[in-house]
Design a protein. Structure first.
Length: 95
């Protein structure tokens, strides 16, 4: 069983959903979904609907890690400070 297969199986069980319920929600046969849990490759177009149904981000679905939202917010804050400093600097050069 692949890591993604194990992960979707665990997430499905946490949601207390059957293979058939998840498969129906994303529009694939139950046999296809079951094969994904056992390691068959998932076609790219199903990652987003699968992540929605299982209640996780695509990043978490693929990696098993939650996105680092705090790190992203810190980077955005730093970017805003740099832009503000550049605006001040450019403003001094504009006639």
């Amino acid at each position: 069983m692949s890591q993604v297969g194990k992960r979707i199986s665990k997430l499905r069980e946490q949601k207390e959903k059957s293979v058939s319920e998840i498969a129906k929600a994303i529009g694939v046969p139950a046999s296809t979904y079951r094969e994904w849990e056992y390691g068959r490759s998932i076609r790219a177009e199903f990652y987003i609907p699968l992540s929605h149904v299982l209640g996780v981000s695509v990043y978490e679905l693929l990696t098993g890690n939650k996105p680092d939202r705090n790190g992203i917010l810190l980077k955005l804050g730093e970017t805003e400070r740099i832009i503000a400093a550049l605006k001040k600097e450019i403003g001094a050069w504009v006639p």
